[in-house]
Design a protein around this ligand. Structure first.
Ligand code: SAM
Length: 327
């Protein structure tokens, strides 16, 4: 299953290629075509070693891609199912404990192309796992008391919920996490996920807030600078990187850090989107400024896709560390 999501501005594009999508949908629903594709792919995988291709890397890639497509047949059967899916995540921490998060992945409406945050995406799983395994790498152990951590485009809230459970294991005084999104149905599902993960009675160390990157309003609890911004799989339209950069420029504290995990998709309409992050930070004149400093990408790290995590078209993930740098 590829990512197939759309941004709010994609409607015109969808109209243009709706004929192509309709005929693809008809093909996918045809049992004969499907059985043929399953047999063909199974044969490619079974005979991978015998393929008359000398280059090992190409042969491995063909077999991997055939396996992804084959797996997508089973995934799409589940995706078509009209019921919500409860997903349990367990991440090992550096200190040998584990962080457990339970999420409701609601079905996408099928009519609203912007409700992609009802499902958890591969980048949020990889980022949560990484933070638990290496909290020091993210400087989680040096977050100051009274700080706020803000998640942008939180979706089901996996990263924010993981942080809310991990921080008490690495710090004495736990900061508040604010998980934000702009979509009403996504925010409802996010609130339900917080209730599932934190018992009623005591105040949860995570709260939600509406925040639209294209027109951010900095009202409580987002009215003070944050020392850490986190976001996973939030760049999937050309304007997203610029909006996120400008939001960060407004809310990130002087010594704050913005951890941005961008999904790299090799094929289809999302190919090239990751480059918009780097080009969005390339022109120094366009960058947010503060007291002789500009907001810049300080470091980039490649994270491999893991088998069984994320959609078939995800190749891997770029993790960016973004912060204020002297001009
Ligand atoms: C692909 S989902 C990723 C969700 C989650 N971070 C994850 O990795 O599972 C993208 C998220 O960004 C949110 N989003 C898209 N455009 C937005 C905007 N302009 N302002 C705020 N959130 C937005 C969507 O509602 C959705 O929750």
């Amino acid at each position: 299953v590829d990512s197939g999501y759309a941004s709010e501005d994609d409607d015109s594009e969808r109209d243009d290629d709706s004929d192509g999508e309709d005929s693809l949908a008809i093909l996918r629903a045809n049992t004969y075509e499907r059985d043929f594709a399953v047999r063909w792919l199974t044969a490619v995988i079974a005979r991978g070693e015998e393929l008359l291709i000398e280059d090992d890397e190409t042969r491995t890639r063909i077999v991997d891609e055939a396996a992804f497509i084959l797996a997508s047949f089973t995934e799409s059967e589940h995706a078509n199912h009209d019921e919500s899916l409860t997903r349990e995540f367990s991440f090992s921490t550096a200190s040998g404990q584990s962080v457990q998060v339970q999420l409701n992945d609601a079905p996408l409406s099928g009519t609203d192309h912007t409700d992609v945050g009802l499902q958890s995406w591969g980048a949020s799983i990889i980022m949560s796992e990484f933070m638990c395994a290496a909290p020091k790498l993210f400087s989680l152990d040096s977050i100051q008391p009274g700080s706020t951590i803000v998640e942008l485009g939180a979706g089901t809230g996996l990263v924010g919920l993981t942080l809310a459970k991990l921080l008490p294991l690495v710090l004495d005084v736990t900061p508040t996490v604010v998980a934000t999104d702009y979509h009403p149905a996504v925010l409802d599902n996010l609130r339900a996920n917080i209730t599932t993960n934190f018992a009623a009675g005591a105040p949860a160390p995570i709260q939600t807030s509406l925040l639209d990157w294209s027109a951010p309003v900095w009202s409580p609890p987002l009215d003070k600078p944050t020392s850490m911004l986190v976001a996973a799989d939030v760049v999937y339209a050309p304007e997203h990187a610029r909006w996120l950069r400008d939001c960060a420029g407004q809310i990130l504290s002087d010594d704050g850090v913005f951890w941005l995990m961008v999904t790299v998709r090799e094929h289809g309409k999302f190919e090239g989107i990751p480059e918009t992050v780097e080009s969005g930070f390339a022109q120094e004149d366009d960058l947010p400024r503060r007291g002789g400093r500009v907001l810049k990408i300080i470091e980039k790290q490649w994270c491999e896709k893991k088998s069984g995590v994320g959609r078939g078209d995800e190749k891997g993930y770029n993790l960016y560390r973004i912060g204020w740098v002297k001009i």
